[in-house]
Design a protein around this ligand. Structure first.
Ligand code: ADP
Ligand code: MG
Length: 222
């Protein structure tokens, strides 16, 4: 499903180039899940941004479902992102001027993939029925993250990329959101790659890798 090969990425800084990724290889099988761990500053978000097509590799290749991201132009990439990738961040990133129902449908509508039946299912399974006419600021953190999960899955993407999605939630809420997410993914074709600091969270996913000194080390199966 996802294949990362020999990826290098550095940033220009006033002190000269900062080499962040130095030959990253990664594979994620269709329908599987992977926890991406590593110290703060090790390059986890950088790698996730590259896989989401939000930034470009210096060297190496990333392909998703057989499509090479580095061969797409900006317009194709933007369209690709909308339809094939779901993104969830630590800061829930909901649109503050839109009510919850419109936040949920936003990305799927843009992608031309709005499916009222699936939308209704997501609302029910994420327990959002009573919150649809509220604005994001009127929701708790856990509720907002449930909306962000629903929004990311609304277009039925092949790949869900989540960057510390439970990092801003207390332990009980984090467990609850994660459980809902895993339940939703169980009977869907979506693969999951999740950046997390929490060994507890990582242990719930099928596989785990650790980013260290610009490379990935296999941390073994669950
Ligand atoms: P992580 O998500 O693992 O905490 P990041 O991928 O955010 O790590 O960052 C990796 C390193 O790259 C850090 O040292 C960070 O300061 C640096 N970095 C990230 N983004 C940029 C940028 N746009 N310009 C310069 N340096 C950056
Ligand atoms: Mg990060």
């Amino acid at each position: 499903m996802l294949q990362v090969q020999g990826v290098f990425k550095s940033y220009a800084t006033p002190q000269g180039p900062l080499a962040v990724l130095q030959g990253v290889d990664l594979q994620l099988e269709h329908g599987s899940s992977l926890a991406l761990m590593g110290e703060s500053g090790s390059g986890k978000s950088t790698l996730l941004h590259l896989m989401a097509g939000l930034d470009q590799v210096d060297r190496g290749t990333i392909s998703i479902a057989g499509h090479r991201l580095d061969r797409m132009n900006e317009a194709k990439l933007a369209n690709w992102r909308r339809t094939e990738i779901g993104l969830v961040f630590q800061q829930f990133n909901l649109i503050s001027s839109l009510k919850i129902d419109d936040n949920l449908a936003f990305q799927a509508r843009l992608a031309g993939r709005f499916d009222p039946l699936w939308q209704a299912q997501l609302i029910e399974r994420l327990g959002l029925g009573d919150l649809l006419k509220r604005y994001p600021e009127q929701l708790s953190g856990g509720q907002q993250q449930r909306v962000a999960v629903g929004r990311a899955l609304a277009s039925r993407p092949g790949l869900l990329l989540a960057d510390e999605p439970t990092g801003n939630l207390d332990e009980a809420t984090s467990d609850e959101v994660l459980q809902l997410l895993l339940d939703l993914l169980r009977d869907s074709p979506t693969s999951l790659l999740m950046v997390t600091h929490s060994p507890r969270v990582a242990a719930r996913l099928a596989n785990k890798v650790v980013l260290h000194n610009g490379r990935l080390a296999d941390a073994g199966k669950r």
